[in-house]
Design a binder for this molecule. Structure first.
Ligand code: PMP
Ligand code: GLU
Length: 428
């Protein structure tokens, strides 16, 4: 075999910068440490801990025989269900022809990046995959800084400055809320303040609302309500239906962006063709209103709210700075109050911080640097998902809810992990 095979240009230069996704790596590393017999608290990988609702599992079983390739945009009945779901949950009007189904929202977001000639604007911190996707296709990325004391939310002034820095006529902003990694979200006022700038600078927004249904108090709302002509709403089954491995994501386009939707159909038809047929049939049940789905989502929210608040209180008690969680299942602690002590132990950046924490306590979290934060900032992402989601949902039905008791009894790994972190910083 010839040894001089090369990666294809133009990807060669980009791929040098792109490491495998930090989220998937920590998942593999944690599994490996566990296989070696070490106790690991798996707060690194952000997978839903909840089972797929039984009605949806039943629908998948009933549709296992579906064998035909599907429409590239997606199964029409599912697209209809997704449009109605958007009407119910974020109060926008949408029809089936505005909806596209893809193999995970990650793939759809990549398709949008590929289709649009526009610089990519992303707030810092942001989820780990947006920037590498842009790098894979040679797209320029402009990180927009945010402030910890503003809950790491994108401000109008920072957005304006970033737009001025961009040299493309059009821009693409990916705005994710409730947010991974920070757990915070935008108020309607926060969103409305961004709209004039988005309009002025020809910005298309991909509103990554994959955690929308996991807003802790059910008060999720969408940029599509305030900037309807320029917002694509991204979601899927991974986070609020427990089905990350089923690989089904959704885009709802505004009518004005049908040209972009059509370009993405070309990409889809020349790459993955369509999402697996049985999964699409089953997803109709997930997106349609039913008592089962309603109580599953309501109960899941209650569980993540209790655990998020519990973990947040423990961090605050340990003098670790962190905004209060509002949705999803992440916290973004900052160990800055321990900088001197950490420095004395040779820990100067977020990667060293997470290494030391994992080695010394078994708690796996991800460095802020993986989310675009400056390397030396002592931030990290903690995914509070190391618990048995099925047991947690069942226990809600039978127990009186004292949140502390709930976490201690039903989510012992969360309780222990927080105690380990408290003890770890206390010894400095
Ligand atoms: N956006 C965010 C913020 C995420 O955390 C994830 C996690 N997987 C995704 C998008 C992609 O989800 P999926 O491809 O499973 O729909
Ligand atoms: N979104 C999850 C996370 O941030 C994991 C899945 C992925 O990255 O694709 O940890």
């Amino acid at each position: 075999m010839h040894t001089d095979f090369k990666l294809a240009t133009p990807l060669r230069a980009q791929l040098k910068n792109v490491n495998p996704s930090a989220t998937l790596l920590i998942n593999e590393r944690s599994a490996q440490l566990q296989a070696e017999g070490k106790k690991v608290y798996r707060l690194g990988f952000g997978q839903s801990p909840f089972p797929v609702p039984q009605v949806v599992v039943d629908a998948l079983a009933a549709n296992a025989h579906r064998k035909d390739y599907m429409n590239v945009f997606g199964y029409p009945e599912l697209r209809e269900a997704v449009a109605k779901h958007a009407e119910r949950t974020i109060h926008i009007s949408a029809t089936a022809d505005q909806v596209m189904i893809g193999p995970g929202s990650k793939q759809l977001i990549f398709g949008a990046q590929m289709a649009l000639e526009a610089d990519l604007l992303i707030p810092s911190p942001s989820w780990v995959s947006y920037e590498p996707q842009a790098q894979l296709i040679g797209k320029k990325v402009i990180w927009v800084d945010t402030k910890e004391d503003e809950n790491w939310l994108l401000s109008p002034a920072a957005l304006e400055a970033a737009c001025n820095q961009s040299e493309t006529d059009f821009k693409l902003l990916i705005l994710n809320y409730p947010n991974n990694p920070t757990g915070t979200t935008y108020s309607s006022e926060d969103m409305m303040a961004l709209v004039p700038i988005l309009r002025k600078h020809n910005v298309i927004v991909v509103a990554d609302e994959i955690y929308g249904e996991m807003h802790h108090t059910g008060h999720h709302h969408s940029m599509a309500q305030y900037f309807p002509e320029g917002t694509i709403v991204s979601s899927g089954l991974s986070k609020w239906c427990g089905a990350g491995g089923w690989r089904l994501g959704t885009f709802v386009f505004p009518k004005e962006l049908s040209w972009l939707r059509d370009a993405m159909r070309v990409i889809a038809s020349e790459t993955y063709s369509s999402v697996a047929a049985p999964i699409q049939y089953a997803a109709v049940t997930a997106f349609s209103p039913s008592r089962e789905m309603e109580s599953y989502i309501k109960d899941s929210r209650k569980v993540v709210q209790m655990i998020g608040n519990f973990a947040h209180e423990k961090l605050a008690a340990a003098n670790i700075v962190c905004p209060a969680p509002e949705g999803g299942f992440y916290l973004f602690p900052n160990f800055k109050n321990y900088r001197e002590q950490l420095s004395a132990r040779g820990i100067h950046n977020s990667t060293q911080l997470c290494e030391a924490l994992l080695n010394e306590t078994g708690v796996a979290i991800l460095p802020g640097a993986a989310f675009g934060r400056p390397a030396e900032e002592l931030t990290a992402r903690l995914a509070y998902v190391d618990f048995d989601g099925e047991a947690a949902l069942n226990s809600l039905k039978t127990n009186d809810l004292d949140p502390d008791e709930f976490v201690k009894n039903v989510c012992p790994n969360i309780d222990e992990a927080m105690a380990k972190m408290q003890t770890w910083v206390a010894q400095f």
